[in-house]
Write a protein of this length. Structure first.
Length: 273
């Protein structure tokens, strides 16, 4: 199964680069860093969802707060069966369900629209609080970027979840170290990240964000934590899988040209030893 999931991650990366290339715009770096996180959620036993009944009340909820990573998320949803894979070529086309950032009005299988950074954790907390109030077992997962932690609203939400013992919230931080124009550390250093979250009352797990087995273990540990929320600090590489995009801030929001697209496809098509 692990080999199949790794192959799926490679296909999702190809889908991501292709859809951004066809659109002529998008965010490849932030999408490529989050692939294993999304695949572990949607293709293992971690996250309860119902592709044939996307609004099933018993489903867990997922908030893509770093909404610019939508191309990778759309590919994951398509391969999971929420909609046809042929729609992936319509990214950012006017009238398409696959907007540049997730839009619930266009794609009803989503649990949240996104775009403005910093809001996702507050939304996740609200959902989780409602489940707690109604004594319902659903869990809420929220994915943010490490640069997104610079938003003040994140820390307001970080205070709320432990106070109300929202152990049904699992926050994942995509720690790829880069943001729009530079390294996160050079814009506004967030370290020591683990101690910051611990001081706010969170259970902290650090893991390799490209290791599906390690991510799965982290999600299971989060489920077992009672009485407080969990944050998973997933260390990743921005632009993962395409050598010239890796750790390069300029690929935060730039579409590849034809030559760059072909090179990316060659790299992502190579057999992994």
């Amino acid at each position: 199964m692990m080999n199949e999931l790794q192959q799926l991650c490679r296909q999702i990366r190809k889908d991501t680069v292709r859809s951004i290339y066809l659109a002529g715009s998008g965010h490849p770096g932030s999408s490529l860093s989050a692939v294993e996180i999304l695949v572990t959620l949607y293709f293992t036993d971690v996250f309860h969802c119902f592709p044939n009944q996307p609004q099933q009340p018993q489903r867990d909820r997922f908030i893509l707060s770093k909404g610019h990573a939508a191309p990778a998320y759309y590919s994951v949803l398509a391969h999971r069966g929420f909609f046809s894979e042929c729609q992936l070529s319509t990214l950012r086309v006017i009238g398409s369900a696959l907007q540049g950032h997730p839009n619930m009005e266009k794609l009803p299988c989503l649990d949240c629209s996104a775009g403005s950074l910093g809001q996702g954790l507050s939304i996740a907390n609200g959902m989780a609080y409602a489940f707690k109030y109604r004594h319902e077992p659903q869990r809420v997962y929220c994915l943010i970027g490490d640069g997104e932690q610079q938003e003040g609203q994140i820390w307001e939400a970080a205070l709320f979840a432990p106070q109300y013992q929202l152990d049904n919230v699992c926050l994942i931080v995509d720690c790829n170290g880069m943001q729009l124009v530079d390294a996160v550390d050079d814009i506004k250093n967030m370290h020591p990240m683990d101690k910051k979250w611990q001081s706010f009352g969170w259970h902290v797990i650090k893991t390799d964000g490209h290791d599906i087995g390690a991510l799965h273990d982290a999600f299971i540990r989060a489920k077992k934590c009672k009485g407080r929320p969990t944050v998973i600090l997933a260390h990743t590489v921005k632009g993962k899988g395409v050598s010239y995009m890796e750790n390069q801030a300029k690929w935060h929001g730039t579409a590849p040209n034809e030559a760059q697209y072909k090179e990316a496809m060659r790299e992502l098509s190579r057999e992994v030893p």
